[in-house]
Design a protein around this ligand. Structure first.
Ligand SMILES: Cc1cc2nc3c(=O)[nH]c(=O)nc-3n(C[C@H](O)[C@H](O)[C@H](O)COP(=O)(O)OP(=O)(O)OC[C@H]3O[C@@H](n4cnc5c(N)ncnc54)[C@H](O)[C@@H]3O)c2cc1C
Length: 443
C-alpha cells in the first residue's frame, strides 16, 4: 500500500477530483490495492482520529470523496475486471472506471447500464444508483448487482448479495458508500454484440420547440433496447456540425440502440424524421459510444436535478428558456426519460423512492473561469426554481451535490430512509463513512 502525504511527490495529483471547484488537502491518502490495505487504512484513521473519505473515480460533484486534514482511502489501485461470458456476469475492482469496464467487456459483446461519461468510477456510480443510457431496458446499474464485497467500518470483509447479508445488499442500491468500502462488485451483463447504433443529433434553436415536443411524446414509449436523452447544448465547432450552427445554442437528442438488431432502426427513423442539422448516429461498438460524450476534465462543476411525473408544454418552455441561456459552452441541460425497467422496481424493493418518475431533469453547469462561478450556479439554481411547479419533490442523488438532509430524505422517502438508518447503525454506528449523501445512524 502506498501512503501519500502533503510533502510527497504525487500528492497534488492524488487529491485532485473531476470538479475543479474542489481543492481539499487531506493529511494522508492511502492507496489501497486490496481489502487488507483498506482494513489497515481504517485502523490508522481510527488510531489517529482522522476523518475518512473514500475515493474511486473522483466524480462526486460535491467532492465527497476528498476531505481536509483527514484520511482518504483511494481504491483506484483495485483495477481488475473479470468477465465470465458463460455466466454473463462480470466482476470489477473498486477502482475501475466505466471506460475500463466497458472496454474489457466489449470483446465479449457484453455490457451493463453504465456511466454516460467513461471516466466515472463504477463503484461510486453504482452505489448511488447508476443511471445510464440503457436503464429503461436493463434497469439502473445497481439493479444489476449480483454481489458486492466490502470492508465495513470495523475492518471486516463481508459479502452482500440476495443470499448473504440481504439487508446490507438492499441498502447498497442507491445509498452510496454509507456502509463500507466496496472492493469488488459483480454485475449481470447483457448482449450488445460488436456494434450498437449510437450517436448524437442536433437541431438549431428555431427548431427546438417542435423537436422538444416530438421528443417528449416519443421517448417514454421508445422500444426496448433504445436509450435517449434530450440535451440543450452549445453546438461544438466540429466537422459534423454545419458552420452556421457551430458555437450556437442547439437542441440535441442522444440516441443509442444496443442489443438485438432490428427495433432500433425504426425508432431512429422517427427521430431522424424531425430533420436534424447534424447527425452522427451510426453503428459503432457500445464501448466506443460510451466515451463519445466525455466531458473535458479540470472544469468547474455545479449540478442539480428533479424528478417529474409529466413534462407538459409549460415545463418544456422552462427547459428551452434555460437551455438557451447555458452559462458556458461546456454546460448542458438534460431531460432523461425514466420509466421502463427503472420503474419496474417499486416502493421499498430498493431504497430509492419515486423510481416511477417519468422524467429526470438535470442542469449540468460546467465552466472554466472562476469569474463565471456565481452566474453558473445561479443558472442551475434558477432552472430548479423555475421547474419546481412540475417537479415531484423526489430526487436522484447522483445528479446533485450537497443540497441538505431534506433532499437525501426525499430521495429515499421516510420508510426507506428509516430502514437505511437502522442498517447504518448496524454496520457503521459511529458514521465513519460520512463523506457521502449521508444516512445518519439510527439512535
Ligand atoms: C462528468 C460526470 C458525468 C456523470 N454522469 C452520470 C450519469 O450518467 N449517471 C449517474 O448516475 N451519475 C453520473 N455522474 C455522477 C456520478 O455517478 C457520481 O458522482 C458518483 O458518485 C461518482 O462515482 P466515483 O467513484 O467516480 O466518484 P468518487 O468521487 O470517487 O466517489 C463518489 C462517492 O462514492 C463513494 N465511493 C466511491 N468509491 C467507493 C467505494 N469503492 N466504496 C464505497 N464508497 C465509494 C465516495 O465515498 C463518495 O461518496 C456523473 C458525474 C460526472 C462528474
Amino acid at each position: 500500500m502506498e501512503w501519500i502525504r502533503p510533502d510527497d511527490t504525487g500528492y497534488d495529483e492524488a487529491r485532485k477530483l473531476f470538479n475543479a471547484m474542489i481543492d481539499r488537502r487531506p493529511a494522508v491518502i492511502a492507496q489501497c490495492g486490496n481489502p487488507n490495505d483498506v482494513g489497515e487504512a481504517l485502523r490508522y484513521a481510527h488510531e489517529h482520529r482522522l476523518d475518512v473519505a473514500v475515493r474511486s473515480g473522483g466524480h462526486s460533484v460535491a467532492g465527497m470523496s476528498m476531505n481536509d486534514g483527514g484520511l482518504v482511502i483511494d481504491v483506484r489501485p483495485m483495477k481488475t475486471v473479470t468477465v465470465d461470458a458463460a455466466a454473463q456476469t462480470a466482476t470489477v475492482g473498486g477502482g475501475v472506471t466505466w471506460g475500463e469496464f466497458d472496454r474489457a467487456a466489449q470483446p465479449y459483446g457484453l455490457a451493463v447500464t453504465g456511466g454516460r461519461v467513461s471516466t466515472t468510477g463504477v463503484a461510486g456510480f453504482t452505489l448511488g444508483g447508476g443511471s445510464g443510457w440503457m436503464e429503461r431496458s436493463w434497469g439502473l446499474a445497481c439493479d444489476n448487482l449480483v454481489s458486492v464485497d466490502l470492508v465495513t467500518a470495523a475492518g471486516e470483509l463481508v459479502t452482500a448479495s440476495e443470499q448473504e447479508n440481504p439487508d446490507l445488499f438492499w441498502a447498497l442500491h442507491g445509498a452510496g458508500g454509507n456502509f463500507g468500502v466496496a472492493v469488488s462488485l459483480t454485475f449481470r451483463m447483457y448482449q450488445v454484440g460488436e456494434q450498437s447504433l449510437a450517436g448524437l443529433m442536433l437541431w438549431p434553436a428555431d427548431a427546438a420547440p417542435d423537436v422538444a415536443r416530438a421528443y417528449r411524446d416519443f421517448a417514454p414509449d421508445a422500444p426496448a433496447g433504445v436509450g435517449t436523452a434530450l440535451a440543450s447544448v452549445i453546438a461544438p465547432p466540429e466537422e459534423f456540425v454545419p458552420a452556421d450552427l457551430q458555437n450556437k445554442p442547439a437542441l440535441g437528442v442522444v440516441f443509442v440502440h444496443a442489443g438485438e438488431p432490428g427495433t432500433g432502426e425504426a425508432a431512429l427513423e422517427t427521430v431522424r424524421s424531425w430533420g436534424p442539422a447534424a447527425d452522427v448516429v451510426a453503428p459503432r461498438p457500445y464501448a466506443e459510444f460510451q466515451s463519445m460524450l466525455d466531458d473535458q476534465p479540470d472544469q468547474f462543476n455545479y449540478w442539480s436535478a428533479e424528478y417529474h411525473d409529466e413534462f407538459p408544454d409549460p415545463a418544456l418552455d422552462v427547459f428551452l428558456r434555460s437551455g438557451a441561456k447555458l452559462p458556458h459552452p461546456s454546460s448542458q441541460l438534460l431531460l432523461i426519460p425514466w420509466g421502463g425497467a427503472v420503474a419496474e422496481v417499486y416502493g421499498t424493493s430498493t431504497p430509492m423512492a419515486r423510481r416511477d418518475a417519468t422524467w429526470v431533469s438535470h442542469p449540468f453547469a460546467l465552466w472554466q473561469d472562476p469569474a463565471q462561478t456565481e452566474a453558473a450556479i445561479a443558472w442551475a439554481k434558477g432552472f430548479r426554481r423555475d421547474i419546481s411547479d412540475f417537479a415531484t419533490g423526489g430526487v436522484y442523488l447522483n445528479f446533485i451535490g450537497h443540497e441538505g438532509q431534506d433532499r437525501i430524505k426525499a430521495a429515499f422517502g421516510e420508510e426507506n430512509y428509516n430502514r437505511l438508518a437502522r442498517i447504518k447503525h448496524q454496520y457503521d454506528p459511529l458514521n465513519v463513512f460520512r463523506g457521502n449523501q449521508n444516512i445518519e445512524p439510527a439512535a
